[in-house]
Each structure stands twice: as C-alpha cells, then as structure tokens.
Write a new protein. Structure first.
Length: 394
C-alpha cells in the first residue's frame, strides 16, 4: 500500500507530543512490512521556531517526510492556533491520486480540511485518528466550539474509519455524529527496540547533577494545565521523603510561569529541576534513570509516556483522570484521584514499599508484550486500511 500519514509535527519536533511518536512508530513498522509511507507535516519545531525555513523533504527511517512551510500566529493563546501552509495545495494536486489511503492524525486543525477535501475528490479513503483531541477542555474552549460548529462535520463526513484509542474516545466520536460502524478501537503500541537507542544509564542524572542514590521523580510532557504539573509541585511539597528530587521535563505550553512560582512558593528550588524539552535518546534515558514516573493529569486519553515508562521498567504514580489508568493499575502504577495529598502519599508509599516496587518493575515488560505491542497495532492498521480501500473500490 501507498499510505499518506498527516500530522501536525514530526521528528525532530518532539515538542508536539505523543502523536509525533505514534506516527513514527506506526510508520516505521509499516515500512518494515513493505508498505510505502509518506508523512505530511508542518516545518514547525515549536510554536515559535521552524526546523528550517520553507518547504523541504527528508527520509526518516524509510518514510518520505514532507515538511510543509507553515505560517502561524506566534502570540495566539493556547498550543498553536490557526496555521496556513501555502505549498500544500500544489502537493495535493500533484500527489493525492497516488495514495491508496490517507491517515489523518489529529482533529480540529484547519490544515486537515484541504487534505480531506482533496482525498474525497480523488476517491482516496480517509482514516481519522483524533489522538484525544475531540473533547473541548482546558485551552481555547470558545474557539474549539466554534470550529466544531462550522467545520467539524466537514472534517469527519464520509470517512472510512475513525480510530478511537479506547471506549471513551468512541463515545466522543459518536457525539460528533460519526456512524458507530465506522469506529474502531485500537490502542497505541511501542517498539521494544526503542530501548536500544536510549542514552547510557546514568547520563540523564549526570546531566542534571542528581546523584545515583537520590530518589528521582520524573514528569515528562508539555507543561500545561491538562497535564497537571502544578498539582505535582504541590504534592511534592507534601512528601515525607525529603531526599527525593523532582524533574519536570518538557516544553512550556502555557503553565511554566505558574509552575515556577509554585516552586518558589514552597521553597523547592534546590530539589526541582526544569530542564525543558527532552528529545531523542535522552527521553528513554530519563525514564530509565528515574525511580518513579508521574502523570498528574487533569485529563488524558492515551499518553505515550505510559508506554515509555513501561518500556524503561519504571513504576508510576498517575491520576485516575488518565483514561488508560486501568491498564496499568496495580500492575505497574499506583492510581489515585486528582488530589495533591493523595498523590504525595502514593509517591511516598511506592518508594518505601520495595516488594511492591520490584513487582511493578517486573510487570512493565509483560505490559509491553501483552498490552502495548506495536506488531499487534500494525496488524490492525493493515486490516483497517485494506477494508477502507476495498469499500472505496466497490
């Protein structure tokens, strides 16, 4: 098959979050199976910088990646805001008819509409995967509701399939009038070989100056209200274990100043590190060097960091607002309500209970094989694509 993957950002722009990693993992596995994969994405490294000027192409792990020149409003509140890609129409005219299927990663982006319309005109089936973007939460709620009212149905109309990460996202898709027979539940997967690319053990600690004997608690993700790093600082301030060191790693997505103010308020400057965005081989090195991974989210559908923590064998403390908490609860993670006191207690208890901690570490490898298998995900993707292509031909 000749597959077009559409996503906001792609490597090296890891600051755009989990979908960057999901598209890369899925695309690499599909290439390994003999399929051709093209990725259309922006040339934005983040909201304020470009990877390089203009539109350009690269090959990444066998995938052809088209980085489209992207114009955006840098002062727009929220994660990104409206964008314009002037070279996209020409690419669509030249290339859309060559693809067997188009896989849209994301939802509620103006750049998706021209791609969807071009695919419909060319008779190319469309598979959509929102990656948790459907709910109207946290930032730019008014703008999101307006988009849904004006363009949401046009983005989803006539799609061959919608991939929901789990049952809650299926319900969200139904609320957006996607026919139930078009919705497929398919979780994300991760390639165990990723661990071979991690930086050497201890390298992340040495970079931050955290001694090997110091308990290291890690948060890794965008620093925004949805992910909950503010609550994590409050919980860390309440911990009984005063030897622990907290690392909040990730790009600012609107809440860094608030988190920094809380660190000062609780007098934690010497015990909290803010290294910014962590990328490449340093990501799994950070997980491996950590004693605990934390996800204090207010809402999250299927965070890739849960899989990365399992791959590194790092036990977790997460909130019950994480919608895949049930997959790891009592096996590799303590799951607690969104409450700083309860979160602090869970971190203290898991660090102190060495028997439970060792059991959680051992269970991480089983979860990768049984629950987060990239091979199983690719099998299902091939089935979804083939069915969409056959239905379109009929």
């Amino acid at each position: 098959m000749n597959i077009l993957q559409v996503t906001l950002g792609f490597y090296p722009a890891e600051g755009w979050g989990g979908p960057v990693k999901v598209v890369h993992q899925n695309g690499r596995e599909l290439v390994r199976r003999g399929h051709r994969v093209t990725v259309y994405c922006s040339n934005l490294l983040n909201k304020h910088q470009k990877i390089q000027p203009g539109t350009f192409e690269r090959e990444v792990d066998g995938m052809r990646v088209v980085y489209l020149d992207t114009w955006n409003f840098k002062r727009w509140p929220g994660t990104l805001g409206p964008i314009w890609q002037p070279d996209l129409p020409a690419y669509l005219r030249r290339e859309m008819g060559r693809f067997d299927v188009v896989h849209i990663n994301g939802y509620r982006s103006p750049t998706i509409l021209p791609i969807v319309n071009a695919a419909r005109r060319a008779g190319v089936p469309i598979v959509t995967q929102p990656h948790g973007a459907m709910p109207v939460i946290v930032n730019s709620q008014t703008v999101k509701r307006l988009y849904d009212r004006l363009f949401g149905r046009a983005e989803l109309q006539g799609i061959s399939a919608l991939i929901a990460l789990q049952e809650s996202e299926r319900e969200q898709a139904l609320a957006h009038h996607v026919p139930p027979e078009r919705i497929v539940i398919l979780p994300n997967g991760i390639d165990p070989a990723e661990m071979e690319r991690a930086a050497p053990p201890g390298s992340f600690r040495r970079r931050l100056g955290v001694p090997a004997e110091t308990p290291l608690i890690l948060f890794l993700g965008r620093i925004n209200k949805k992910k909950g790093p503010d609550m994590l600082v409050e919980a860390f301030a309440q911990m009984q274990n005063r030897a622990a060191h907290l690392v909040i790693a990730g790009p600012d997505d609107g809440q860094l100043a608030e988190v920094q103010a809380l660190i000062r308020q609780y007098g934690l400057q010497a015990r909290v590190s803010l290294p910014g965005l962590v990328t490449g081989s340093d990501v799994l090195a950070a997980f491996r060097d950590a004693d605990l991974f934390t996800l204090p989210c207010r809402a999250d559908t299927f965070p890739v960091v849960i899989m990365e923590s399992c791959l590194a064998g790092t036990p977790m403390v997460i909130t019950d607002r994480c919608e895949i908490a049930h997959l790891v609860q009592g096996r590799a993670a303590e799951v607690v309500p969104f409450d700083p006191t309860r979160f602090a207690q869970a971190m203290d208890e898991l660090l102190a209970d060495r028997e439970k901690y060792a059991a959680y570490r051992a269970n991480c490898a089983r979860l990768i094989e049984e629950t987060f298998s990239i091979r199983a995900v690719a099998d299902r993707l091939e089935e979804i694509y083939q069915r969409a292509i056959q239905e379109k031909r009929k």
